[in-house]
Structure formats: structure tokens, C-alpha cells
Design a protein around this ligand. Structure first.
Ligand code: CTP
Length: 422
């Protein structure tokens, strides 16, 4: 890690690590910036990941100047598109699959704790000093002729090497409590430690998350689900008293962690499944509270509520004599994400096996005959058709019909026994 940590010029690291395509786009940006007499720097996660030797997919750039106008000039030149987000003077340049975020280098002032900051143009050093952690506050100048020069006024490289997450000042978590969740994410992702004083501040300000809007907390959780092992973030959040500040009743333990890992092993680790497992132990009132607190979408709320409802249902499919059709009847109508969450949560091998088969196979089983073919066999149009198709599906699920001919024979038999023509 940190292959070139003591170099003051990382030009060769950039040329080695960035692909020719990325260097091409970067070159177009720095040329245009030079003509506009603006300076451009790689910043944030891009620099951190480059120094860690991790893959860098997107580029974060700070511009001492007008980022939006620069992005537009480059987009016109290379024939790509720009999305501008004017509130913070930022723009995203999409060049093929590469996404480049250009932001105006700026100072920030928080009008009150937890509010979004007011921004003003600033120099790169000021831009670095408004950031969350030292490891995210390193810049690499990519303007000519200083391409590759490192700007590290807050000793971020030393912290990268020491594997420490350190805030820049005591007010950092108070200004922006979402940084609490960011710190825990980085800690888990990189296997870094919280620097001691930072850890104390984080615990002291955990409660401040209560004042943060549902949208912002949900956004941080959504980013947590993207981590390789989100349970590590939640474990640390529990230990630091952060979960209860998100919603009272939320708690984390090793059982919950095992469920997350199991969901991954099942290939079912979607955000909705993680969310349903996150809320798995809550009672109904707490589930309602969490849905409101996080301003969850209908689909997300449904996954949580269905998983909750299913907890009472899955025991009914555990008996050895339960037929596949009975499993399907019990589970159809619940969201598949909720079923996957219950599968990850169960300790019972038989329930695990049945939920797994339901998800992979049984829920998609359909009879080969359709309404038209039933009419051809003499079934009157109307509710009988639906009922017979359902019976055929059950027969297929339970192995009583394998081929189309089996289904035809069954329908004929049913019609005979109900006194219908056939
Ligand atoms: N940042 C900050 N405070 C925040 C959010 C972001 O200071 N609450 C700064 C950090 O310097 C961060 C940069 O903005 O590096 C970009 O933010 P983001 O894209 O969220 O993070 P990345 O560093 O790119 O990290 P990740 O790999 O998690 O996307």
C-alpha cells in the first residue's frame, strides 16, 4: 500500500495507474484549464484510492475556477455530455464509461450544525481543509507544468500509511453528522482504525444523527449496502452508539452479521434484502417508525414489512410432509426480497432448503396448458379456468404432472369426476 507515499511528485504513479483513455480525458481537461488560466487537482477518494493502490473507477477533480464552464468546454471539444449541479458549482462529465466529477474548489460554512453548507470559491488548500478526514484531504495537481505535485497540508498520506481515520477539526461531526457513518464505512472498508481523538468525538456526536433528515441517513445506509461486508459497518455503528441514534430499537449482534454473510453466500445480497435484515428484529411499531424515519420507498418498506410478516409464516413450511405446492401457497404474494431475507435469517436447514427452492424454481412453475387449451378440453369460460390452472400448477409442483399429456389427463379426470363433459 501507498507505493509512492513519500514522493512529492506522483506523475509517474498517475501515468502507470491511469489508463490511456483516462489520461487522455485528463489531458483534455488540463489543457482547457490552462487556456482558461485555471488550475485543476485530483482530490478526495480518487487520490486516496490511487495511493492505496486500489482501483480508481471515476475521477474527482477540484478546479480553482469555474468547474461547470470548464466541464462544458471539454465536453464540447471531446463530444461528450455534462450534467451540472449548480448549488455547489459542480459538474459531471461523462466520457464513455468514465465519469469525471469537477467541483469548484471552495470554502464551506455551516450555517448551523447538520445543515447543508454555504459555499464560496476558494484555493485548493481551503478546499482540502473543509473535508471530512485527512485521508480524503490530499490533492494531486494535474495542471501543467506541475503535473503530479502532491498537496498534503493535513498529513493525509501519513494517516494512510498508519491506517488511521482522523477528522480535520473537533467540529467536523457536529457540522455534518453523516460523517459519522462515512467514518465507519471507511474503517470497515479499508480495515483502518479510528484515530483515538476522532473516536471520542464520533461517540460524543453519535446522538447528533437524530437531527439529520431521513433522506440523508438513508443515503448513507444505501452506500453502506454497497460495501463488501456491510455488517462490519453496522457492528462498529452498534459499538459506537450510532444505530440507536438512527432509530431506537435498532441493534446489531453477531447473529445479524451472520445473516448478512449468508445472504451473500446465497447470491441474494441486494439493498432490499440487507435492509429487511437490518430491520429484522424490530417489532411492528418499530418497523413503521423506521419506514418513516428513513423516508423509505414503497418497495423498500414492502420488503421490510413482508419479511416481518413472513417470520410467522415460515414455521408452517418446516414439517417434513409439507408439499411444494403448500410452500408456494404460503409464500406467493410476499416480496421475493423478503423471502430471501427470511432464508438468510433462518437457522433451520429444511426451511432454508424450501425457501431456496421457492426462490430459484417453484415460484416460476406454471402449467403448460393455458386458458385456451382448457376451453379446447371442454372447460367453460369463467372462474373454473383460473381454479383449474391453479390446480395444474400445484400438480406440477408436487410431481403429479410432468408433461403436457399428464396435464391433459388430469384435467379430463377432474372434469369426469365433477360430472362435466370431457
Ligand atoms: N466529503 C466531505 N464530507 C462529506 C462528504 C464528502 O468532506 N460529508 C468530501 C471528502 O473529501 C470525499 C469527497 O468529498 O473524499 C467526495 O465524497 P464522496 O464521493 O462521497 O466520497 P469518496 O471519497 O469518493 O469515497 P467513496 O469511495 O466512499 O465514494
Amino acid at each position: 500500500m501507498c507505493p509512492a507515499v513519500s514522493d512529492d511528485n506522483l506523475a509517474s504513479l498517475l501515468r502507470e495507474r491511469l489508463s490511456p483513455d483516462v489520461l487522455g480525458v485528463l489531458g483534455a481537461i488540463t489543457r482547457a484549464a490552462g487556456e482558461r488560466r485555471e488550475r485543476v487537482y485530483l482530490v478526495g477518494g480518487t487520490v486516496r484510492d490511487l495511493l492505496l493502490g486500489h482501483e480508481t473507477l471515476d475521477l474527482d477533480l477540484a478546479v480553482e475556477g469555474n468547474a461547470e464552464a470548464l466541464a462544458q468546454t471539454v465536453a464540447d471539444e471531446i463530444g461528450s455530455s455534462v450534467v451540472a449541479h449548480s448549488r455547489f458549482g459542480t459538474a459531471t462529465l461523462q466520457a464513455g464509461t468514465l465519469s469525471v466529477d469537477l467541483a469548484m474548489a471552495r470554502t464551506e460554512r455551516y450555517p448551523r450544525p447538520g445543515a447543508l453548507p454555504e459555499v464560496q470559491p476558494g484555493a485548493i488548500e481551503e478546499d482540502l481543509s473543509r473535508r471530512d478526514f485527512t485521508i480524503n484531504a490530499i490533492a494531486i495537481d494535474v495542471s501543467e507544468p506541475t503535473f503530479g505535485a502532491v498537496i498534503d497540508p493535513l498529513a493525509g498520506r501519513a494517516d494512510l500509511e498508519a491506517r488511521l481515520i482522523r477528522v480535520l477539526h473537533d467540529g467536523s461531526f457536529r457540522d455534518d453528522p453523516t460523517r459519522i457513518l462515512r467514518a465507519l464505512r471507511y474503517q470497515a472498508r479499508f480495515d483502518f482504525a479510528l484515530e483515538e481523538h476522532t473516536e471520542r468525538l464520533l461517540k460524543r456526536h453519535a446522538e447528533d444523527l437524530r437531527g439529520i433528515s431521513g433522506d440523508r441517513v438513508r443515503h448513507e445506509l444505501e452506500r453502506t449496502w454497497e460495501e463488501r461486508e456491510p455488517e462490519r459497518v453496522l457492528k462498529a455503528a452498534q459499538e459506537a452508539g450510532v444505530l440507536a441514534a438512527i432509530h431506537p430499537g435498532l441493534a446489531w449482534d453477531s447473529t445479524a452479521s451472520r445473516r448478512f454473510a449468508r445472504a451473500r453466500r446465497h447470491g441474494a445480497a441486494s439493498p432490499a434484502v440487507y435492509l429487511a435484515l437490518f430491520a429484522y428484529k424490530l417489532d411492528e411499531a418499530a418497523v413503521d417508525g423506521l419506514v418513516k424515519r428513513l423516508a423509505l420507498s414503497r418497495a423498500a418498506a414492502r420488503a421490510i414489512r413482508d419479511a416481518h410478516g413472513l417470520r410467522g409464516v415460515v414455521a408452517s413450511i418446516a414439517a417434513p410432509e409439507t408439499r411444494p405446492s403448500e410452500v408456494v401457497q404460503a409464500l406467493d404474494g410476499y416480496s421475493p426480497d423478503a423471502v430471501a431475507a427470511c432464508r438468510a435469517a433462518t437457522e433451520s436447514p429444511i426451511i432454508d432448503e424450501r425457501l431456496g427452492r421457492y426462490l430459484k424454481e417453484w415460484r416460476d412453475v406454471r402449467p403448460q396448458l393455458d386458458g385456451k387449451s382448457l376451453a379446447g378440453l371442454g372447460v367453460d369460460e369463467g372462474p373454473d379456468v383460473g381454479a383449474l390452472l391453479e390446480r395444474l400448477r400445484n400438480a406440477r409442483l408436487d410431481g403429479q404432472a410432468v408433461t403436457r399429456d399428464d396435464e391433459v389427463a388430469l384435467v379430463r379426470r377432474w372434469l369426469r369426476s365433477s360430472g362435466n363433459a370431457g
